[in-house]
Design a protein around this ligand. Structure first.
Ligand SMILES: [Mn+2]
Length: 289
């Protein structure tokens, strides 16, 4: 199957510099693959005060609307479309464009965080903490105005590797009923068994699953180059195993994101190298799809 990579070169959804530089860096390793690099036309405000939590909403929505229209075209032309972040807010247009193209889908969110805040509960106003709530129709309507179709049923959403959920975000997660698998679940039950169950939840009544891979799911000792590191994560080896299971079931996967690499926080390119290995695993499978 043809592949198209959309590089979302933005850090509008986070308060730190760096993630916007990731797509260009990663694409250097995949020059033979069709790609487009898209940057926001407006600057990012870095303020972190609570009163200022809508600071980048307008600019991010305009950027996401552009990503959405590129992704809709890419998918309509029959390409397997990969989003390379940038911060995780680019998953909003990535997932919603797949809803437009493929209809009812599930979402597998591989991440240290549940990203299930809303403007009501966010402590920082950083929109990369809201995308999963947004794409599942849990509040956040102001972040998906460019999309007139449906959202993803929370019953078809699994978060893998979650270990950091904000206090008020916990209530959102509970109310919505998304499925969570902690690092302990992966270790106690085994990765293969958890992934099997997660796939069946995501595929229950849907046509395919979108996979969104946030590099901060990996322990910061092995993947330090992310904007919001969380200790006690999965190992690089476990990440590659999870991703190889995803790649092995590529016929059931409709689209994919790899996000949150922050080259300014990386040491000796370790996180970049892991990101390349993950992307390579995926792309090899997509080519044979
Ligand atoms: Mn995330």
């Amino acid at each position: 199957m043809d592949i198209n990579i959309i590089g979302a070169a933005s850090d509008l959804g986070v308060s730190l510099d760096g993630t916007s530089k990731a797509p260009e860096l990663l694409l250097q390793h995949f020059r033979e693959i069709s790609s487009e690099l898209i940057s926001p036309s407006e600057p990012c405000t870095k303020s972190l005060t609570r009163e200022d939590k809508r600071k980048n909403e307008g600019a991010l929505n305009r950027f996401n609307a552009e990503l959405y229209s590129r992704a809709v075209s890419s998918k309509a032309s029959g390409s397997f479309t990969v989003f390379l972040g940038g911060d995780h807010s680019c998953a909003i247009p990535s997932v919603l464009s797949s809803v437009t193209q493929y209809g009812r889908i599930g979402v597998m969110w591989i991440d240290a965080h549940t990203d299930y805040n809303t403007f009501r509960t966010t402590e920082t106003g950083n929109i990369h903490g809201l995308p999963l709530a947004c794409i599942s129709g849990f509040e956040c309507g102001e972040l998906r105005e460019f999309h007139s179709g449906g959202t993803v049923d929370p019953q078809n959403i699994c978060v893998i590797g979650a270990r950091s959920i904000d206090r008020d975000e916990k209530d959102n997660v509970k109310k919505a009923g998304i499925h969570l698998y902690s690092v302990d679940d992966l270790r106690e039950r085994g990765i293969a068994s958890v992934m099997e169950e997660a796939f069946s939840i995501c595929l229950n009544g849907t046509s395919a699953v979108h996979v969104s891979f946030d590099l901060d799911v990996i322990d910061p000792t092995e993947a330090p180059g992310v904007s919001v590191p969380e200790k006690d994560g999965i190992t690089k080896r476990e990440a590659l195993l999870i991703n190889s299971i995803v790649s092995g079931r590529i016929d059931e996967v409709c689209s994919y994101d790899l996000v949150e690499l922050n080259p300014l926080r990386d040491t000796e390119g370790r996180t970049e190298t892991t990101a390349c290995r993950l992307l390579d695993q995926l792309l090899v499978s997509v080519k044979s799809k």
